[in-house]
Design a protein around this ligand. Structure first.
Ligand SMILES: Nc1ncnc2c1ncn2[C@@H]1O[C@H](COP(=O)(O)OP(=O)(O)O)[C@@H](O)[C@H]1O
Ligand SMILES: [Mg+2]
Length: 224
Protein backbone atom coordinates (compact mmCIF):
# COMPACT_ATOMS: atom_id res chain seq x y z
CA UNK A 1 0.00 0.00 0.00
CA UNK A 2 1.28 3.45 -0.77
CA UNK A 3 1.68 5.75 2.22
CA UNK A 4 2.68 8.73 0.12
CA UNK A 5 1.62 9.73 -3.37
CA UNK A 6 3.16 12.89 -4.70
CA UNK A 7 1.38 13.79 -7.93
CA UNK A 8 2.78 16.39 -10.31
CA UNK A 9 3.84 18.90 -7.69
CA UNK A 10 5.51 22.17 -8.57
CA UNK A 11 6.80 24.85 -6.22
CA UNK A 12 7.26 28.16 -7.94
CA UNK A 13 9.18 31.15 -6.58
CA UNK A 14 9.46 34.38 -8.59
CA UNK A 15 11.72 33.49 -11.50
CA UNK A 16 12.41 29.98 -10.24
CA UNK A 17 10.81 26.55 -10.16
CA UNK A 18 12.17 24.87 -7.03
CA UNK A 19 10.09 21.80 -7.96
CA UNK A 20 8.92 21.17 -11.48
CA UNK A 21 6.17 18.60 -11.93
CA UNK A 22 7.55 15.93 -9.61
CA UNK A 23 5.69 12.68 -8.95
CA UNK A 24 6.72 10.01 -6.49
CA UNK A 25 5.03 7.11 -4.75
CA UNK A 26 6.39 5.67 -1.51
CA UNK A 27 4.95 2.47 -0.10
CA UNK A 28 4.24 1.84 3.55
CA UNK A 29 7.43 0.53 5.13
CA UNK A 30 9.64 1.57 2.23
CA UNK A 31 13.03 3.28 2.65
CA UNK A 32 13.78 5.87 -0.02
CA UNK A 33 16.82 8.12 -0.43
CA UNK A 34 16.72 11.46 -2.24
CA UNK A 35 19.92 12.77 -3.82
CA UNK A 36 20.74 15.70 -6.08
CA UNK A 37 22.99 18.74 -6.23
CA UNK A 38 22.56 21.69 -3.90
CA UNK A 39 19.56 23.76 -4.94
CA UNK A 40 17.87 20.89 -6.80
CA UNK A 41 14.74 21.05 -4.62
CA UNK A 42 15.38 18.30 -2.06
CA UNK A 43 14.55 20.36 1.04
CA UNK A 44 11.57 21.96 -0.70
CA UNK A 45 10.24 18.49 -1.37
CA UNK A 46 10.84 17.33 2.20
CA UNK A 47 9.20 20.44 3.64
CA UNK A 48 6.10 19.77 1.55
CA UNK A 49 5.93 16.08 2.47
CA UNK A 50 6.54 17.06 6.11
CA UNK A 51 3.53 19.42 6.14
CA UNK A 52 5.70 22.50 6.66
CA UNK A 53 5.13 23.99 3.23
CA UNK A 54 2.63 23.68 0.40
CA UNK A 55 3.20 23.13 -3.31
CA UNK A 56 2.10 25.76 -5.83
CA UNK A 57 0.27 23.01 -7.71
CA UNK A 58 -0.19 19.26 -7.57
CA UNK A 59 -1.38 16.77 -4.96
CA UNK A 60 0.35 15.20 -2.00
CA UNK A 61 -1.61 12.28 -0.64
CA UNK A 62 -0.41 11.15 2.76
CA UNK A 63 -2.42 8.14 3.91
CA UNK A 64 -5.03 9.18 1.35
CA UNK A 65 -5.37 12.79 2.60
CA UNK A 66 -4.32 15.57 0.21
CA UNK A 67 -2.06 17.60 2.48
CA UNK A 68 -1.61 20.23 -0.24
CA UNK A 69 -5.19 21.30 0.49
CA UNK A 70 -5.33 21.04 4.28
CA UNK A 71 -5.50 24.03 6.63
CA UNK A 72 -2.35 24.90 8.55
CA UNK A 73 -3.99 23.73 11.75
CA UNK A 74 -4.71 20.30 10.28
CA UNK A 75 -1.20 20.15 8.89
CA UNK A 76 0.22 20.73 12.36
CA UNK A 77 -1.88 17.84 13.67
CA UNK A 78 -0.94 15.52 10.82
CA UNK A 79 2.75 16.30 11.30
CA UNK A 80 2.52 15.71 15.04
CA UNK A 81 0.65 12.42 14.70
CA UNK A 82 2.37 10.77 11.77
CA UNK A 83 5.75 12.32 11.06
CA UNK A 84 9.16 12.35 12.72
CA UNK A 85 11.55 15.02 11.44
CA UNK A 86 15.33 14.96 11.53
CA UNK A 87 17.27 17.92 10.17
CA UNK A 88 20.92 18.57 9.44
CA UNK A 89 20.77 21.61 11.72
CA UNK A 90 19.71 20.06 14.96
CA UNK A 91 17.12 22.62 16.16
CA UNK A 92 17.55 21.65 19.80
CA UNK A 93 16.42 24.07 22.49
CA UNK A 94 19.72 25.22 23.95
CA UNK A 95 18.55 25.79 27.54
CA UNK A 96 16.91 22.38 27.85
CA UNK A 97 18.76 19.15 28.63
CA UNK A 98 18.85 16.24 26.19
CA UNK A 99 15.98 14.44 27.90
CA UNK A 100 13.94 17.65 28.13
CA UNK A 101 14.45 18.24 24.42
CA UNK A 102 12.96 14.82 23.72
CA UNK A 103 10.10 15.55 26.13
CA UNK A 104 9.18 18.71 24.20
CA UNK A 105 8.08 16.47 21.31
CA UNK A 106 5.97 14.39 23.70
CA UNK A 107 4.43 17.56 25.11
CA UNK A 108 3.16 18.63 21.68
CA UNK A 109 1.94 15.13 20.91
CA UNK A 110 0.39 13.85 24.13
CA UNK A 111 1.96 13.92 27.57
CA UNK A 112 5.60 14.31 28.59
CA UNK A 113 6.86 11.06 30.07
CA UNK A 114 10.41 11.19 31.34
CA UNK A 115 10.80 7.43 31.59
CA UNK A 116 9.85 6.99 27.95
CA UNK A 117 12.09 9.89 26.91
CA UNK A 118 14.97 8.26 28.80
CA UNK A 119 14.31 4.99 26.98
CA UNK A 120 14.44 6.80 23.65
CA UNK A 121 17.79 8.32 24.60
CA UNK A 122 18.98 4.86 25.62
CA UNK A 123 18.05 3.61 22.21
CA UNK A 124 20.39 6.13 20.58
CA UNK A 125 23.13 5.33 23.11
CA UNK A 126 22.78 8.52 25.14
CA UNK A 127 21.34 7.39 28.47
CA UNK A 128 24.45 8.73 30.21
CA UNK A 129 24.17 12.17 28.57
CA UNK A 130 20.48 12.78 29.32
CA UNK A 131 21.06 15.67 31.74
CA UNK A 132 23.51 17.50 29.49
CA UNK A 133 22.69 20.65 27.57
CA UNK A 134 23.15 20.64 23.78
CA UNK A 135 26.28 22.84 24.20
CA UNK A 136 27.80 20.06 26.32
CA UNK A 137 27.24 17.43 23.62
CA UNK A 138 29.22 16.70 20.47
CA UNK A 139 27.59 17.20 17.06
CA UNK A 140 27.04 13.46 16.75
CA UNK A 141 25.42 13.29 20.16
CA UNK A 142 23.18 16.26 19.39
CA UNK A 143 22.04 14.59 16.19
CA UNK A 144 21.25 11.43 18.15
CA UNK A 145 19.11 13.51 20.55
CA UNK A 146 17.26 14.74 17.45
CA UNK A 147 16.75 11.17 16.30
CA UNK A 148 15.38 10.24 19.74
CA UNK A 149 13.09 13.27 19.58
CA UNK A 150 11.88 12.29 16.11
CA UNK A 151 11.11 8.73 17.22
CA UNK A 152 9.53 9.37 20.59
CA UNK A 153 5.96 9.48 19.26
CA UNK A 154 6.41 6.38 17.06
CA UNK A 155 5.85 8.16 13.73
CA UNK A 156 4.65 6.22 10.72
CA UNK A 157 6.92 8.29 8.48
CA UNK A 158 10.42 9.51 9.29
CA UNK A 159 11.78 12.36 7.16
CA UNK A 160 15.47 13.10 7.47
CA UNK A 161 17.09 15.99 5.57
CA UNK A 162 20.85 15.36 5.41
CA UNK A 163 20.82 13.72 8.84
CA UNK A 164 24.47 12.70 8.66
CA UNK A 165 25.74 15.88 6.98
CA UNK A 166 27.52 17.05 10.13
CA UNK A 167 28.55 13.66 11.52
CA UNK A 168 31.78 11.71 11.69
CA UNK A 169 31.80 8.13 10.47
CA UNK A 170 31.12 6.56 13.88
CA UNK A 171 28.02 8.66 14.44
CA UNK A 172 26.91 8.23 10.84
CA UNK A 173 26.97 4.46 11.38
CA UNK A 174 24.99 4.78 14.60
CA UNK A 175 22.31 6.79 12.79
CA UNK A 176 22.26 4.36 9.85
CA UNK A 177 21.86 1.42 12.21
CA UNK A 178 18.92 3.18 13.82
CA UNK A 179 17.37 3.68 10.39
CA UNK A 180 17.83 -0.04 9.67
CA UNK A 181 16.08 -0.88 12.94
CA UNK A 182 13.22 1.49 12.14
CA UNK A 183 12.89 -0.06 8.71
CA UNK A 184 12.71 -3.55 10.21
CA UNK A 185 9.96 -2.30 12.53
CA UNK A 186 7.93 -1.14 9.53
CA UNK A 187 8.59 2.61 9.64
CA UNK A 188 8.60 4.39 6.29
CA UNK A 189 11.81 6.39 5.77
CA UNK A 190 12.68 9.20 3.36
CA UNK A 191 16.26 10.38 3.68
CA UNK A 192 17.89 13.25 1.79
CA UNK A 193 21.63 12.79 1.51
CA UNK A 194 24.77 13.79 -0.37
CA UNK A 195 26.54 10.67 0.84
CA UNK A 196 26.41 7.66 -1.52
CA UNK A 197 26.92 5.33 1.44
CA UNK A 198 23.82 6.69 3.17
CA UNK A 199 21.83 6.46 -0.08
CA UNK A 200 22.96 2.86 -0.64
CA UNK A 201 21.50 1.88 2.71
CA UNK A 202 18.03 2.63 1.28
CA UNK A 203 15.94 0.39 -0.99
CA UNK A 204 15.61 2.99 -3.70
CA UNK A 205 17.21 6.32 -4.57
CA UNK A 206 15.58 9.10 -6.52
CA UNK A 207 17.64 11.92 -7.98
CA UNK A 208 16.47 15.52 -8.36
CA UNK A 209 18.05 18.05 -10.71
CA UNK A 210 16.75 21.59 -11.22
CA UNK A 211 13.52 20.62 -9.48
CA UNK A 212 12.89 17.60 -11.68
CA UNK A 213 13.02 13.93 -10.82
CA UNK A 214 15.61 12.72 -13.32
CA UNK A 215 16.57 9.27 -12.13
CA UNK A 216 15.45 6.39 -9.98
CA UNK A 217 17.84 3.66 -8.84
CA UNK A 218 16.73 0.44 -7.18
CA UNK A 219 19.28 -0.88 -4.70
CA UNK A 220 19.68 -4.52 -5.72
CA UNK A 221 22.03 -5.13 -2.78
CA UNK A 222 19.60 -3.90 -0.16
CA UNK A 223 19.72 -5.95 3.01
CA UNK A 224 17.21 -5.38 5.73
N1 LIG B 1 11.64 30.63 0.31
C1 LIG B 1 12.27 30.63 -0.88
N2 LIG B 1 12.21 31.69 -1.71
C2 LIG B 1 12.84 31.70 -2.90
N3 LIG B 1 13.57 30.67 -3.37
C3 LIG B 1 13.69 29.58 -2.58
C4 LIG B 1 13.06 29.50 -1.30
N4 LIG B 1 13.35 28.29 -0.76
C5 LIG B 1 14.14 27.66 -1.65
N5 LIG B 1 14.35 28.42 -2.74
C6 LIG B 1 15.12 28.06 -3.93
O1 LIG B 1 14.61 26.83 -4.43
C7 LIG B 1 15.66 26.02 -4.93
C8 LIG B 1 15.63 24.68 -4.24
O2 LIG B 1 16.02 24.85 -2.89
P1 LIG B 1 16.15 23.63 -1.87
O3 LIG B 1 14.92 22.83 -1.94
O4 LIG B 1 16.53 24.18 -0.55
O5 LIG B 1 17.37 22.82 -2.52
P2 LIG B 1 18.27 21.64 -1.90
O6 LIG B 1 17.70 21.23 -0.59
O7 LIG B 1 18.23 20.56 -2.94
O8 LIG B 1 19.65 22.20 -1.77
C9 LIG B 1 16.95 26.80 -4.71
O9 LIG B 1 17.28 27.46 -5.89
C10 LIG B 1 16.57 27.77 -3.61
O10 LIG B 1 17.36 28.93 -3.68
MG1 LIG C 1 18.53 21.15 1.33
Amino acid sequence: MSLLEVKNISKVYPGLKALDNVSLTVNEGEWVAIMGPSGSGKSTMMNIIGCMDKPTSGEVLLDGVDIAKESNKNLTNIRRDKIGLIFQQFHLVNYLTAVENVMVAQYYHSLPDEKEAMEALGRVGLAERAKHLPSQLSGGEQQRVCVARALINHPQLVLADEPTGNLDETNENIVLDLFRQLHREGTTLIVVTHDPEVAEAAQRTIVLEHGRLVKEIINENFVS
